[in-house]
Design a protein around this ligand. Structure first.
Ligand code: SAM
Length: 243
């Protein structure tokens, strides 16, 4: 018997969530920081594993994906999410959490978002970085290298050795562009082999100028936010052991 492969079946056959528990855990932590009902822009929405596991099937959610199924219950737009992020009509300030669950690099999306937002309140990002293999092959994207101020060097192991640093600089540049600083981060990783290491990071950020108190009087929250000590983009304690 021949099986017909539908668009949905083909999409689901890909590995969208190779470490679902760890990925869901860092997302749940981030959601909690927003008091439980943040508005989420999911730029790599996939079949919705994280929407179900981590986001409680929230309707405060917009998913973007190049492939979507007609029977998917989420609010979805089928598109290249970079097009949406660049679109003049897209109001990115409407979201609290930007979920960037890419197969390889989330940094182009992160840079795009951060070039367009100027938050006056806390914002979260979730990043999946699967750049290990490309870095080991010395074949990271030229635009990413330029963004972090590196040049490709033939035959060198620079990209592999600096993978962690490249990610840190990309994140810092993006946050700086948005006028954000990191408050706290959660990380997890999955090692498939010494170079195929998936890195999962959740970042809780706030405006460098401080959090604007709302009219409903969240002075306590603003005070608490100011009390959080500044930390490195990826704190040293979290860097140790990664790699
Ligand atoms: C790792 S999966 C995401 C899994 C998803 N977070 C979930 O929980 O089910 C990556 C998804 O990103 C989509 N994708 C890759 N590049 C994209 C782009 N530029 N714009 C929109 N979707 C993209 C792929 O079609 C795939 O569904």
């Amino acid at each position: 018997m021949r099986l017909r492969v539908t668009r949905r079946a083909a999409h689901d056959a890909k590995v969208h969530n190779s470490a679902p528990k760890a990925k869901a855990e860092i997302r749940r932590w981030l959601v909690e920081q927003f008091g439980g009902s943040p508005r989420i822009l999911d730029c790599f929405a996939g079949p919705g594993g994280m929407w179900r596991l981590a986001y409680g099937e929230t309707d405060r959610y917009l998913g973007l994906d190049r492939e979507t199924a007609a029977d998917d219950p989420r609010r979805l737009i089928r598109c290249d999410s970079r097009r949406y992020l660049r679109h003049r009509a897209a109001d990115l300030s409407a979201f609290d959490i930007f979920d960037l669950d890419a197969y390889s690099s989330p940094y182009e999306h992160l840079a795009l978002i951060c070039s367009r937002i100027r938050p006056t309140r806390r914002v979260g990002f979730v990043l999946t970085d699967g750049l290990g293999f490309n870095a080991a092959m010395n074949s990271l994207d030229g635009a990413l290298l330029a963004y972090v101020g590196l040049e490709r060097q033939r035959g060198a192991r620079t990209q592999h050795e600096l993978r962690e640093r490249i990610a840190e600089i990309a994140i810092r540049r993006s946050l700086d562009a948005a006028g954000l600083r990191l408050v706290e981060a959660r990380r997890a990783e999955k090692r498939k082999n010494p170079v195929m290491i998936m890195r999962y990071t959740a970042l809780l950020c706030e405006p460098t100028g401080g959090v604007q108190a709302t009219r409903s009087g969240s002075r306590g929250a603003a005070r608490a936010a100011r009390a959080v000590p500044p930390v490195e983009v990826l704190p040293a304690s979290e860097r140790a052991g990664a790699g």
